[in-house]
Design a protein around this ligand. Structure first.
Ligand SMILES: [Zn+2]
Length: 314
């Protein structure tokens, strides 16, 4: 830009007069400050979306959620559609940055070529923070899509915690929780509220025990643990989009829920030999035939360790 002599005079006069208003006007004139009325870039609003699969509308059997199942290709598309619904809803509510974390099984289910802008995707499951990988304190809100009830639930499609074959129950500071509860505390540790969960009625009721005013989008009604009455995908997607926009807008009313420190984790296995193996790890205490416990001074340390137990004590 050409700096004319009169512009120079205006700036030097503003500095001499020590006048902030005159200086702003002079700098505006020089092009250093946007003139009043020009569109300022929006404040960043970052939203994190963790997407599991058992709670997607229509899912009732592991044949639909396992990469080797014959219906898997159909249901991973529906999972992607529900993730997109959350992305669209977050965008409607002003999200400028959206991070999606594939959080089911291999964590390689979502079809990246179908994912809506402006999302980025974290995939594959060798990641210490698992279903919460990528979340940090700069995010305004977290959203849980396709979530399911915890291990041992009488009701809740494909209810399990971490690993359906090995984990019978997980307790944090004495309270039995599932993946959703464990993840709510992880977000809470970072000061991030979990503002929406979608899934069946059991998954939603379970998370409302920790976050009473969480937005719940019920896309199916579980009948026991292996059947459900589901909404058509089109309808599920509409409810998730609308629910997400609503939840992001009222994020200020929904509190982050950290676990109180120090945190005691107790894991009950389905087989005593798994507890025997876990007991060999220093700092782990055997508290029952099927159960081990450990205490940590930082929640995320314990979170990462529970992930290791799920994945590697088999
Ligand atoms: Zn899961």
């Amino acid at each position: 830009m050409e700096v004319t002599y009169w512009r120079y005079l205006k700036v030097s006069r503003a500095i001499r007069m020590n006048s902030a208003a005159a200086l702003v006007s002079a700098l505006t004139c020089l092009g250093f400050v946007a003139p009043a009325g020009a569109a300022a870039p929006p404040d960043p609003l970052k939203v994190f979306i963790s997407v599991d699969m058992e709670g997607v509308s229509g899912v009732v059997d592991s044949d639909q959620t396992s990469a080797t199942g014959q219906d898997y290709e159909r249901f991973r598309k529906l999972m992607t559609a529900e993730a997109n619904a959350a992305i669209d809803g977050a965008r409607e509510a002003g999200a400028t940055h959206i991070l999606v974390n594939d959080s089911h099984g291999t964590h390689r289910n979502l079809l990246i070529e179908e994912l809506h802008a402006p999302a980025e995707l974290i995939s594959n499951n060798i990641k210490p923070m698992g279903m919460m990988a990528g979340l940090d304190a700069s995010y305004a809100a977290a959203i849980f899509i396709g979530y399911h009830a915890k291990a041992g639930s009488a009701e809740g499609v494909l209810a399990h915690t971490g690993n359906g074959r090995t984990i019978a129950d997980l307790r944090i500071n004495g309270r039995s929780v599932g993946e959703g509860g464990m993840n709510i505390h992880a977000a809470g540790t970072l000061g991030v509220p979990v503002v929406l969960v979608s899934g069946d009625q059991a998954a939603i009721a379970e998370l409302r025990e920790l976050v009473p005013n969480i937005e719940g989008v019920q896309v199916k009604e579980a009948i026991g643990t292996a059947a459900a009455r589901s909404l058509r995908p089109e309808e599920a997607v509409r409810l998730i989009r609308e629910g997400t926009a609503r939840a992001i807008r009222r994020r200020g009313e929904i509190k982050p829920v950290p676990a109180s420190l120090p945190v005691r984790f107790e894991v009950s296995f389905t087989d005593p030999s798994l507890a025997l193996m876990a007991e060999q790890i220093p700092t782990v205490e055997r508290t029952g035939s099927h159960t081990i416990a450990f205490v940590v001074d930082h929640y995320l340390k314990g979170y990462r360790f529970v992930r290791v137990l799920y994945k590697f004590i088999q």
